[in-house]
Design a binder for this molecule. Structure first.
Ligand SMILES: NC(=O)c1ccc[n+]([C@@H]2O[C@H](COP(=O)([O-])OP(=O)(O)OC[C@H]3O[C@@H](n4cnc5c(N)ncnc54)[C@H](O)[C@@H]3O)[C@@H](O)[C@H]2O)c1
Length: 325
């Protein structure tokens, strides 16, 4: 079994690769993993250091939009899992060009290469943000796509290409749509690591608008197990929401992080709301639960562990913080 993991040096992709290579996924203990990653600002070889030297890992630095590279690399792979994307909503508001190129065109190039080189199954890692914003209730996979940020619009474009490659060419491609992730190795521009690393340094944390936006938080390990389950037990052409985490307003999340770091509300700096800021995301995960998914990581425990991880891994994030702040 050979698996191509694009974007495998980022936050979630590297967690998936570390799990695969540590034997966490039954039936894949002998799988050979090729990581294809451009190493943008968000990609980091240090994320793969725990599996460095593993003889089942090959790392290739490259771009998923590079069709010639894909023609060389993809033959011989049985499975592709695509994590590669531009992922930060604020950056997509500042400039959407790279988001369209990587998230839309890059996904199309991967699908085309999978088709031409007989890859058995592709899993496209998407996001709940493609559905837009929902005041109450939860989205099933049948909901229309109503993305509001350039990031989520580009991810929605990729989802539609997956659908088209399945319907038109019969490609076995499965799409997962997960809620917000937290965990170790998350780039410190995203809210949890940003707040934790600021508070470790005694710096204020920026809270958008009135802080009433609601997000559903899932540990990265639960997300990756969901992706693996879709690869194992899902079906081609299908979409699977992955949620089942904990819903919190940004105010509630901030409170938890302040408590965990022993800080008070005086450390919170109110900043103008993000443009087009979605109020609430919530996915209905019954479909993936019907094939055996259950999230396992308790949020309070998971969050404490993540805070401890950032405390213990300053060497990992200090250099990254220096380039973002
Ligand atoms: N972080 C979340 O909460 C979340 C939730 C749901 C879905 N997702 C999706 O999961 C995937 C991974 O997210 P993440 O948080 O790990 O992102 P990330 O920004 O940490 O990592 C993205 C990775 O993709 C690589 N990359 C970017 N452009 C590339 C290109 N053109 N060619 C090759 N590699 C490229 C980067 O170098 C990086 O390693 C994304 O597709 C994202 O949309 C993320």
């Amino acid at each position: 079994m050979r698996i191509l993991v694009s974007g495998g040096a980022g936050f979630i992709g590297s967690h998936y690769v570390r799990c695969l290579l540590s034997g966490a996924y039954a039936g894949y203990e002998d799988a050979h993993v090729t990581v294809l990653d451009k190493l943008t600002y968000a990609g980091n070889l240090a994320n793969l250091r725990p599996v460095d030297g593993n003889t089942r890992l090959t790392f290739v630095r490259g771009d998923i939009t590079d069709a010639a590279l894909l023609d060389e690399l993809v033959p011989g792979h049985d499975v592709m899992v695509n994590f590669a994307a531009e992922t930060h909503v604020d950056r997509s508001i500042a400039g959407a060009g790279d988001f369209v190129v990587t998230n839309v065109q890059g996904t199309q190039r991967l699908l085309q290469a999978a088709l031409e080189h007989d890859v058995r199954t592709v899993v496209q890692v998407s996001t709940d943000e493609v559905y837009g914003s929902i005041d109450d209730g939860s989205w099933t996979e049948a909901e229309p796509l109503l993305p509001n940020s350039p990031y989520s619009a580009a991810k929605a474009g990729a989802d539609l290409l997956c659908r088209a490659y399945h319907r038109t060419h019969g490609l076995d491609v499965r799409v997962t749509r997960c809620s917000n992730n937290y965990g170790p190795y998350q780039y410190p521009e995203k809210v949890i690591p940003l707040f934790v690393t600021n508070l470790i340094d005694g710096r204020p944390v920026p809270l958008y608008g009135d802080g009433r936006n609601v997000r559903e938080w899932l540990h990265v390990d639960d997300h990756c197990r969901g992706i693996q389950l879709v690869l194992d037990k899902g079906s081609g052409g299908e979409i699977y929401n992955i949620g089942g985490g904990v819903e919190l307003t940004n105010l509630e999340l901030t409170e938890r992080l302040l408590d965990a770091l022993g800080a008070g509300w005086e450390m919170v700096e109110r900043v103008p709301d993000r443009l087009g800021h979605d109020l609430r995301y919530s996915v209905d995960s019954s479909k993936i639960r019907s094939i055996g998914y259950t999230p396992l990581v308790d949020f309070d425990k998971g969050l404490d562990e993540v805070v401890r991880w950032y405390r213990d891994h300053e060497d990992w994030w200090r250099g990254l913080r220096a380039t973002t702040s």
